[in-house]
Structure formats: C-alpha cells, structure tokens
Design a protein around this ligand. Structure first.
Ligand code: ADP
Ligand code: MG
Length: 343
C-alpha cells in the first residue's frame, strides 16, 4: 500500500464534484440557486449543445465584491451561514459552499460580477487544471454572470456518462421549469443554441401565475385544474391540482414545493396518491403544482447535497394535512360516480 497523503485541493474538489455535479442540469440548478440567494429577480440562462459545450447564467443579484471573488470559488467558503445554529433555520438554498469549487474543478469556469452597480466589475476564471484564480477588471452591471464551458473536459470517465444534447437539454429545461414554478416573482429566460425556449416574466397576480403555470405545464393542465388554498395546524397548502379529467400515463407533471424548494418525498407522494385513489383509474398518474409552507424549524433540508429530500419533524401531521386538504378538494368536484360507471 502507498503512504497516506493529503489529496490536492483540485482532486478533492473533483471528488466532491462527483456528488453534486452529475450533468449540465445539476450545474444550472446550483447556479440558479446562487442567483436566487443573491436576491436576483431576473435570471437569464443561455446554453449551447444541451449545456455540454457552454452554459451561462446571468443575474441582477447583489454581486460579489473583488475581495470575495476568489473565495467564491474556494471549497467550503460561503457567505450564507456562520454557525451550526444558523443551519437550524437556514433559509438560503445554498449553504455548503461547495458548488462553485466543484463545478470549476471539472470545467472551464469564469465568473464576472459587480457588487457596487458602478458598471465596473471583476472577472475571475479558473480552468479546472489548477485551482488558482486570475482576477481581471471587466465591465458588468450590478449582478453576476457565470459561464461554464466544456463540462468534464478533464474527467473523461464522467464525460462518458453524458447523454445526447437533447436528453441533457431536457434535464436542464426541467430544472428551469421547477425554478420558474417555485419563484413566480423572478423573471426567467432560457435560450438554447440561440433560440429562446422560455421567456417568463415576473408573475404577480393569480392570473399571471396561472399563465406561467399553463406555459410550463401545458394549457390543458390549467384548464383541468382547480386552485386550492388551505391552512391548518400551522401549515398552508396552496396550488393547482388537476382533476381526473386530466391524468397522465407518467408521473411527469408533479411538482411539490416545501418552503419554495422542490422536493421528492415518499410521505408526500403517499398522501397525494391516497387522496387521488378514489378518483383516478389504476395506472394513471395525477398532475399537480403544490406549495406547502411550514415553519422552517419543523423541516430538515440538510439531508442530501442535491437537497431534493427533506425530513419532517412530524410526518404524521403533514400526511394528514395533505391528504385531507386534497381529498376535500377532489371530492368537491371529483366525478367519482361517473368513473366507476365507466369502469
Ligand atoms: P453556497 O451557495 O453553498 O454558499 P457556492 O459554491 O454555490 O456555495 O457559492 C459560494 C459563494 O459565492 C456563495 O456563498 C456566495 O457568497 C457567492 N456567490 C455564488 N454565486 C453568486 C451569485 N450569483 N451572486 C452573488 N454571490 C454569489
Ligand atoms: Mg450555491
């Protein structure tokens, strides 16, 4: 056996990248989350070749100061938490301080930012080869632009796992859809190979929100959905649930957010499935865009780096609340008798 030695920072970052950076879509997710954490209300995403060749995320958030730029790319460097106590009530999407370090270790990354609004900003770039960061002055309005080129150019084994441009773009677009459904007060634009795919302006009123949902989930979904908004035991559930007149052969139109964060959770899935049980044919899947709001203290989001999972302090109460809210909404309008007659 060889002697024990410390991993070089670059190799450590590349190993960490294995956890968070799976494909272009995961890069976009991390970059958008950073833009949201920076308070941006306009996020432009531009990608080429499904994101494999180039991805660029531009925001109008708070920007990063010149002193902080190199730190932004360093591992375990974050502006979002200071103590373990902060982790308890974490409200930002990021907090691990790992994403940019990981992404920059497996791509050619450049970060241009301006935190003063003066029009004069700074650009930092790192080529993935070594972790040194070069700073040059650059013009940029208040906010940040991050460009990621040639993902996995230096990790051929990982690159092999990338699928076709079309498949990668599909994953990437899904990330944008989730974010756009999660943040109505943010304007999003997605451009692929020079073509604008989604142009979503800030949606404030219910009508504007419904227009956004229709453009993301299809007009047919919206036409067959009811809007619910219920509150009980310190929780609020609101959003759109499709009536049985709009069911899917796949579970591909199911969006569930907890405090603005899209999640996948067995308990949640089970509660919803139970609520639909009497009104959907077996083998058909429900469609919904739902938002659960709870006290951040009763939900743990620090379960997995990709943060799709959560752990509720009191799962039973959450399950009951979801089931009863949805069951009621569907029972009010559900054509249950008609379905049984048709079976
Ligand atoms: P985390 O988001 O977990 O803190 P990241 O590696 O994603 O870690 O980002 C590191 C730091 O860089 C952030 O804490 C933040 O201070 C800064 N940063 C990254 N992206 C942006 C952005 N778009 N606007 C402003 N600051 C940013
Ligand atoms: Mg982050």
């Amino acid at each position: 056996m060889a002697e024990i030695h410390a991993l070089s920072p670059r190799l450590a970052n590349q190993i960490a990248a294995g956890e968070v950076v799976e494909r272009p879509a995961s890069v976009i997710k991390e970059l958008i989350e950073n833009s949201l954490d920076a308070g941006a209300d306009k996020i432009d995403v531009e990608v080429d070749a499904g994101g494999i060749k180039r991805m660029r995320v531009r925001d109008n958030g708070c920007g990063i100061s010149e002193e902080d730029l190199p730190l932004a790319l360093a591992r375990h460097a974050t502006s979002k938490i200071n103590t373990l106590d902060d982790l308890e009530g974490v409200v930002t999407l990021g907090f691990r301080g790992e994403a940019l370090a990981s992404i920059s270790s497996v791509s050619r990354l450049s970060l241009t930012s301006n935190s003063s609004g003066s029009g004069a900003g700074w650009c930092a770039s790192s080529s993935g080869r070594e972790m040194e960061v070069e700073l040059t002055p650059a013009a940029h309005p208040l906010g940040t632009t991050i460009e990621v080129k040639d993902l996995f150019f230096n990790t051929p084994a990982r690159r092999k796992f990338l699928r076709t441009e079309k498949t990668e773009f599909g994953h990437l677009e899904e990330v944008i859809k989730r974010q756009a459904l999660g943040c109505f007060d943010i304007g999003f634009q997605l451009t692929h190979n020079g073509r604008v795919i989604h142009a979503l302006r800030k949606a404030t009123s219910l009508a504007e929100r419904e227009r956004r949902v229709a453009s993301i989930c299809s007009p047919a979904f919206m036409e067959n959905a009811v809007y619910i908004d219920t509150e009980a035991v310190g929780m609020r559930l609101h959003g759109w649930v499709a009536l049985p007149t709009f069911s899917r052969s796949q579970a591909d139109l199911q969006y569930f957010f907890v405090n603005g964060r899209v999640i996948r959770d067995r308990l949640v899935a089970h509660a919803i499935k139970q609520a639909y049980r009497d009104v959907l044919y077996g083998g058909r899947h429900s469609a919904f865009v739902l938002y659960l709001e709870v006290d951040p203290k009763v939900v743990d989001v620090n379960v997995h780096p990709t943060k799709h999972e959560v752990r509720f302090r009191d799962g039973r109460t959450v399950h009951n609340f979801l089931f009863s809210s949805l069951h009621r909404a569907l029972a009010d309008v559900g054509p249950k008798d008609h379905l049984h007659a048709a079976q």
